[in-house]
Design a protein around this ligand. Structure first.
Ligand SMILES: [Zn+2]
Length: 310
């Protein structure tokens, strides 16, 4: 099975499922570990943050240390329309560890088109929500939320996140994944389940049937799957911009030498970091970059063009 996004929820899902002994876990994440993650991202430690290890790699190391019998396939990539087919190929179940609706709608389109079940999970503040989607049987994400739900557009930056809400939603979702492994679809919960662990408000809404006329599972109009490549993405809560480059493999040793006259630079096998006041650029081997210190895509793009290439 695949876990898309290995932040708070993804870490908790991966930890639970790996300790439970699932055979293969493909962990897809675009980001690297930072000290501010450690409050809620249970697979990582201060050493991972000091090394800026990609989360998928750090997760693979951690899991191998407690269950070497699991096959972990770490993928340091941002799931986008251009790579979703190859990244999710062969997966029988997809678990949501993402932090945004754009990626969730993309997963939903893929899952509905290929009839792969998936589990939506989200936690913001003290609120946790989850839904199992069995294409062709239950409602899909677009049946329930034709547009991004308002309450959930708050990001982890604006509202913070309670680690116990994360663990709650991950526990429920991981249990559904285990049910799926043991006896397929039959015992999966068919409701949208939500909980606020602080106020104790909770709700369960039936999702047993698709909504007639749903864009995704009714009309099979997969707009997100057909989406254009997204060259710039402002990331969740980090005053940073991501730049996508798919065709620019980077030689870290050479890039390290080239950047040295312009600021502090260091690299390991997985990331290269470059500090050019007030910006911090993290470069991945495929040319993707996360530029911290701005939310202006034009600033990020020009920094990238100047130091990496246009
Ligand atoms: Zn639907």
């Amino acid at each position: 099975m695949a876990i898309v996004g290995c932040g708070a929820t993804g870490s908790a899902l991966a930890g639970l499922l790996a300790r439970a002994g699932v055979g293969t876990l493909r962990i897809i994440d675009r980001d690297y570990v930072e000290p501010s993650n450690l409050q809620r991202q249970s697979l990582f430690d201060e050493k991972d943050a000091a090394e800026s290890l990609p989360k998928a790699i750090a997760a693979a190391h951690k899991i191998a240390a407690f269950n070497s019998g699991i096959v972990i396939e770490p993928k340091v990539e941002d799931l986008v329309p251009a790579n979703i087919e190859s990244l999710l190929e062969g997966m029988s179940l997809i678990l949501d560890g993402t932090d945004n609706f754009e990626t969730r709608y993309l997963i939903n389109d893929y899952a509905v088109e290929h009839s792969v079940p998936w589990v939506y999970s989200a936690a913001v503040g003290s609120y946790a929500v989850t839904l199992n989607i069995v294409p062709g049987e239950t409602a899909c994400l677009a049946c329930i939320f034709p547009d991004s739900p308002r309450g959930m557009v708050e990001t982890c930056e604006t509202s913070g996140i309670l680690n116990s809400a994360v663990n709650l939603v991950a526990s429920v979702a991981a249990t559904e994944a285990l049910k799926f492994l043991v006896d397929g679809f039959s015992n999966l919960r068919r409701t949208l389940l939500s909980f606020d662990v602080w106020t104790n408000e909770h709700a369960e809404v039936s999702a047993a049937n698709p909504r007639p006329g749903c864009r995704a599972c009714g009309e099979r109009d997969f707009v997100h799957l057909a989406g254009e490549g997204r060259p710039h993405i402002t990331m969740c809560g980090r005053n940073s911009v991501q730049i996508h480059e798919r065709q620019r493999p980077i030689d870290f040793a050479e890039m390290d030498r080239r950047l040295q006259p312009h600021g502090a630079v260091r690299h390991n096998d997985f990331v290269l970091k470059f500090w050019h006041d007030p910006y911090e650029m993290t470069l991945f081997p495929d040319g993707r970059a996360i530029i911290k210190g701005t939310t202006d895509t034009a600033v990020a793009r020009s920094l990238y063009a100047r130091y990496v290439g246009s």
